[in-house]
Design a binder for this molecule. Structure first.
Ligand code: ZN
Length: 333
């Protein structure tokens, strides 16, 4: 009899224990399960809603705040490549099926939680010192973006032109904390240039706010000129080497390497030279830029090894500089 009671008691205890464990699991797992379901659901929406992009199959963990998120990627063949403009920016012809697609919106990875942002290949290279600085400055980044657009941008939403612009602005801020071996000056210049490009597109997409975005575009062009010029000086001094940078762009389709960096620096300097009221100093600047372009397109020597469009663009800039020097000299006589 006692044996039977003891057996029933033991079974009851085991059942109770199992019930307790099951309950605990349910309670403690409730939050992560809910979070995972939300993420899963948002991903399903993202996939269903877009023929243009898809979320990465694996989660990315932010090395600054440990937040887990999915990177939005552009599907292949969603645009037709058009002309390359004088800033080596590829123009894209929209496809009837997909509408306007901007490949430049996607290269910067942004943590939706702390707004840590870098190019994909740099995202996990952050060191402890920079991690603390980036963590401490997240509110500043958030406020800057809120003020810039007059609205909050959620980086877990599907990306728009505004997300693309914001991603480069955030990257500019984050690279300001990065060490010299990551060539942060160049990456700030490249990000400023791409932000200016996308802001220019936004002036056309959002004509009601054209003035505001045109002002921002010009501001970022000035920043781009500043950082490009500085990065060339740093490269020449061996302070920030560009050879280690994965892609010197400036656009996503071609890497024009160091020639491209010199060309962009020159073309920006030329375009913004109207800000210099001193005509003699402008002539000096043009003369120096002209000789840089002359060397770049292989003036008087073979230049077969240089990538195609850059030779043509450098030659065009050379001719424009020559013409501007002539006009300025004539106006001063
Ligand atoms: Zn983060």
């Amino acid at each position: 009899m006692l044996k039977r009671v003891l057996k029933t008691y033991i079974i009851f205890i085991i059942l109770l224990k199992n019930l307790f464990i099951a309950n605990s699991l349910l309670i403690f797992d409730k939050v992560p399960i809910q979070r995972r379901m939300n993420k899963l659901w948002s991903n399903i929406i993202m996939i269903e809603a877009s023929k243009v992009t898809f979320p990465s199959t694996t989660e990315t963990v932010c090395p600054v705040c440990d937040y887990e998120f999915y990177i939005e990627k552009l599907r292949g063949k969603r645009v037709n490549a058009g002309e390359i403009d004088d800033e080596l920016r590829r123009q894209y012809v929209p496809m009837k099926e997909y509408g306007k697609v901007y490949p430049l919106v996607y290269p910067v990875v942004v943590c939706p939680d702390c707004l840590y942002a870098t190019y994909g290949y740099d995202f996990n290279k952050i060191k402890p010192k920079q991690k603390i600085e980036i963590e401490e400055t997240q509110e500043t980044r958030r406020k800057y973006i809120d003020v810039m657009f007059g609205e909050e941008l959620d980086f877990e939403d599907r990306r728009t032109l505004k997300h693309g612009i914001a991603s480069y602005v955030l990257a500019m801020n984050c690279y300001s904390y990065m060490p010299a071996d990551m060539a942060p000056t160049f990456k700030r210049g490249l990000s400023a240039l791409r932000a200016a490009w996308l802001l220019d597109t936004l002036t056309k997409e959002d004509p009601e706010n054209e003035k505001k975005y045109a002002y921002l575009r010009d501001t970022f062009y000035l920043k781009a000129e500043h950082y490009y010029a500085k990065s060339i000086i740093f490269e020449q001094k061996g302070k920030e080497r560009l050879e280690m940078v994965e892609n010197l762009g400036p656009d996503t389709d071609n890497d024009y390497q160091y020639d491209g960096v010199k060309y962009i620096s020159s073309v920006l300097s030329y375009k913004l030279s109207f800000l210099d009221p001193d005509l003699e100093s402008r002539i000096q600047k043009y003369t120096s830029l002209k000789s840089t372009m002359g060397r770049l397109f292989g003036f008087g020597r073979s230049s077969k090894e240089k990538p195609g469009p850059i030779l043509e663009k450098a030659k065009e800039l050379y001719d424009s500089l020559q013409q501007s020097i002539k006009e300025l000299e004539e106006s001063m006589q």
